[in-house]
Every structure is written in structure tokens, then in C-alpha cells.
Design a protein around this ligand. Sequence first.
Ligand code: PLP
Length: 384
Amino acid sequence: MIYLDHNATTYTHPEVRELISDLSLEVLNPSSVHSHGRRAKAIMEEARGDVAGMLGAPLAGNNYSKDAYEDEDYNIVFTASGTEANNIVMNSCVSLGYEPFISPVEHSSVLDSSRFLSVNILKVDSQGVIDLNYLEDVLKKSDADKKLVSVMFANNETGVISPMKEIVSIARKYDAFIHSDIVQAPGKIHINLLDLDLDYATISAHKFGGMTGAGALIYKSDLPLEPMIFGGGQERRIRSGTEAVLNIAAMGRAARIISDKQEFSRRIEHMMHLRNYLENAIEEKLPNSSIIAKDAQRLPNTSLIMTPNKKSEMQLIALDLKGISVSSGSACSSGKLGQSNTLKAMQVKGYDNASVIRVSTSYNTTKDDIDGFIDAFVEINRNE
Ligand code: PLP
């Protein structure tokens, strides 16, 4: 069996599995004042520190050295998923009266999360990179005094990385706040929230070695946010409900593992090497196939392969029968293949009538896995 769908979800790291196994023997409610509760709270706060460390986001109230960034402290609110964190930001945007400016290639948890009264959908070029001139134009024309720009850091389908510094600098000129869905970044590309000057960011644990059931919203501590879930007032009243300490601890440990610089560089180099090997082989053996957004700056682990006059469904099934799990970039939760917002926005020619297969690797994907995929993919496309 070969698993090459790590952008959908990836394995829980072995060290994280060990931690979960130990912690699962404990009672963990961080709101309790007794010693068991205090221990749960300590575990959760350690995880918060690890997530902050991974993202270079000094936590409000901590004594980080922050010479260059006097007022820039972040809060982290734990959620149950990246979807929930994105929903909190977008729903806050509506209830606080911000005018939203959203990239067209966002995950549905941003694009469809809120009943926006009105929304400005931005533009991308043919490589899926945000059109900076258009962004500046629409912000300039807006007479709203409160604005929020939401652009993902790296696209889950194509792997295309956004020019975030430029986006932030344009948004600042027009006093807009910036949210970025950075769910696909941890473990694949270095990210530093302070450096990027992001206001709100979303992560999801199961994308980088934690477990499903934990995500987080990281935001500058002086910025407003509205809760979507009400109750006991946990997580700064933004996300009531007893915290899933086990899942949060797993996310913290996964964050700590990828914060190790050497480990991180080793992973990137390995995935980049496999990606280049895969893409060169596909282009050489199947001249009709092409790699979408090949010339853009992309994640080291993602390749979106388009083959004209084929159906993604048929190719996914054929690969599955050979024991290979990949996805079409546009698979939705029911497993059905929908139209891809991303490819539509990029105006990729002929994609309606083409198969689009996403291969996404991990630090522990092997060359044999990639060879297995190449052989199967070539065979399927030769035989059809
Ligand atoms: N944002 C992006 C870019 C994603 O790829 C995903 C998951 O596929 C999400 C958000 C949603 O995260 P979660 O699965 O934690 O709800």
C-alpha cells in the first residue's frame, strides 16, 4: 500500500503516538482546580508554547525578547479543527462589520463559512498566485473603515505559496487586517507570524503529525474576535467547551518536533528531491501530462498532475485498485469530485475534460513509494 495523500491528512508522528498513549491513562480537565486539573492545564499550556514556538509567535504575557516588535503579542485559541478556526475568523468578520476581501482559491471553510453580506473575491493569475494589483485596486476603492483580507499561505491542491509579505504590505496601506489559512504550511515551509506580520492565522494538527480533533487560531492579542460557541468560557471565551487536552498535547508535540531546525531542513530537502524526481519522470514518460503551476513557488511536497481527455474518478479508482492512495485536488467531504474553485480561478484550460491527480508526500515517503506511483500511473495512462 502506498499513501500519497498527506495534504488531506498525515500519519501521527511515532513520538506523538507514545505521548497520546501515556496521556490517555489520565483524567484531563484543565478547568478543574485540583491537582489533576492543574496538571491538565500545564500540559495544555506547554502545547500552547510549542505551537507558538513553531510559528514564531510570542505569546501575550510571556517574557519573550521582542526588541523589534514592541506591541506584537499573540493569543492562541485551541479549536477542534482548522475548519472551526477559519469559521471563527470569518464569522467574526461579519459580526464585527469588516468588509471581507477573500482569495478565490481558499479552502471551503473560508469561502463558504459565513453568510457574508457582501464579499470581494480577489483574483489569481494562471499560476494561482494572488493578483497584487487587483488586491490594491479593490482595497483602494473600498470606503469601508474596517477591512479583512484573507489569503491562504499555501494552497492545498496546487501547493502554490502566496507572496504573503507583499500582500500584507498592500493591506497595511489601506488599514486592512490580514487572516491567513496556514493549514498546509507547518512541516513543509518555514513560517514566522511576527516576520510576516499576520493578524490572524489558522492551523490544523492532523496536517503535521498531530491528530484530527485539534486546530488553533493564532491572533494578535489586541484584535477583536467573536465566539461561535458559548458556554463555560474556555479559551478566552472564544471557544467554550472542555478542551481536548489529549489532541492539543499531540498537536503541541508535533509542533515541537518540526520546530527542530535540522529535522525541518532534512524533511524539506527530502520532499523536494522526491517532488522533482516525480515531476521529471511524469513529464518524460507521459508527454501529454503536465504539472499545474509548475513555475510558481510551491510546497516541496505537492504535485498536481493534469492529463487531458481522462477522468479523475477513473484514475483514482485504477490507482486505488493498485493499492495507491492519492486524491483529485477537488475531492469534497463526500468523496465526490466537484469543480475545483482553485483551477477555475486560475482559468486552467481544458481541466474540465482532464484528470487532475494530486500527489502529496511526507517526510517519510520513500523513493520506492514514488516509483510505485510512477509505474502505476504510466501503466494506467498507457492502457486507457
Ligand atoms: N484549510 C486548508 C488549506 C486545508 O487543506 C484544510 C483541510 O483539508 C482545512 C483548512 C480544514 O482543516 P480541518 O481538516 O482541520 O478542518
